[in-house]
Design a protein around this ligand. Structure first.
Ligand SMILES: O=C(O)CCC(=O)C(=O)O
Ligand SMILES: [Fe+2]
Length: 318
């Protein structure tokens, strides 16, 4: 498997404000239109916090099973917190070799009260210190579609945030299973902290003008960087211009791995459809209108299966 070519994923975002603004926007747009993945440095999240988050994730998953099991989805004391293993075990042909804890954000008070005490402070800090970057990325990407959005409209695409911590234990037979199966993330954007182990692969779409077309390329760990990827909702909003990236994680036999994504999505009740300006430019509307919760139900009701999730947004789907 190839490494992503430098041109495709060069860390950008030497802060969007400043003399290099247009250049940085162009790099981000180009990445969003091709690979759907890029990495950023100088993102505003303190590097010490990134280090601490990785340690916190290791410490959390090293807790006794009974301490973690209280958050299993059937019994969790909080609707915001869910601990699980694999993705949809009832539907998967090969179980994903992964445990995770999900922490949905509503407000600070509920996060402090309900998120597991072992990870809540770091997770909340991560969410807050990345907020400005998320907003600027959305503004740059939406602005490039020729759309001027006021803050409330932007908020409706990024109204919901969830911090997950993923743990991939060492696996005695890595060739027999997967860390995470092929999928695209369904929200608007994902911000991902990965550690130095490696193993995150993204598929370069067949239909873009880029190197390594159709190949799986590794997103190499870069110390201090955050990985950004486009989710299905951004693909829909942009009428297909930005690509939600199909990706997967392999397991490893020698060292456990952690990653800490922030999933940024619309509110469940939000109506989603391609932005009119994007449609006008293209002269064709590529996705239908739907409510985000219906999209989520379709996604979470099935095992990971590449970009099949997006079928739901097509006109000929039921
Ligand atoms: O662990 C990773 O690097 C990515 C995990 C992932 O794709 C996800 O949680 O959606
Ligand atoms: Fe993902």
């Amino acid at each position: 498997m190839a490494m992503a070519s430098k041109e495709l994923w060069t860390p950008v975002f030497q802060r969007l404000d400043g003399p290099h603004h247009d250049e940085v926007v162009n790099q981000i747009v180009r990445a969003a239109e091709t690979l759907g993945f890029f990495q950023v440095v100088n993102h505003g999240v303190p590097v010490e916090l990134l280090e601490s988050l990785k340690q916190t994730a290791h410490d959390f998953f090293a807790l006794p099973p009974e301490r973690k099991a209280i958050y299993r989805k059937e019994v969790s004391p909080s609707p915001l917190v869910k601990y699980g293993t694999s993705f949809v075990p009832e539907k998967e042909r090969a179980l994903e070799w992964k445990d995770y804890i999900s922490m949905a954000y509503t407000n600070d008070a509920e996060a402090l009260q309900q998120w597991p005490i072992e990870c809540r402070d770091d997770a909340l800090q991560y969410l807050k210190t990345s907020h400005e970057m998320v907003k600027k990325l959305i503004e740059a990407l939406v602005g490039n579609l020729g759309v001027q959005l006021d803050d409330s409209k932007i908020d409706s695409f990024v109204g919901k945030k969830m911090v997950n911590m993923n743990f991939y234990p060492t696996c005695p037979n890595p060739e027999l299973t997967v860390g995470v199966g092929r999928h695209s993330d369904i929200g608007t954007l994902t911000i991902l902290l990965q550690d130095g182990i490696g193993g995150l692969y993204v598929k370069v779409p067949e239909d873009v003008d880029a190197e390594n077309k159709g190949e799986w390329v590794e997103i190499p760990p870069i110390p201090g960087a955050l990985v950004i990827n486009i989710g299905d909702m951004f693909q829909v909003l942009s009428n297909g211009r930005y690509k939600s990236a199909e990706h997967r994680v392999r397991t490893t036999s020698t060292k456990s791995r952690v990653s800490v994504p922030i999933f940024v999505s619309p509110e469940a009740t939000q109506k989603i459809a391609p932005l009119p300006q994007a449609v006008e430019k293209d002269g064709v509307v590529r996705y239908k209108e739907f409510v985000f919760s219906d999209y989520m139900n379709s996604f979470f009701g099935n095992a990971h299966d590449g970009k099949k999730s997006l079928e739901f947004a097509k006109f000929d789907s039921t």
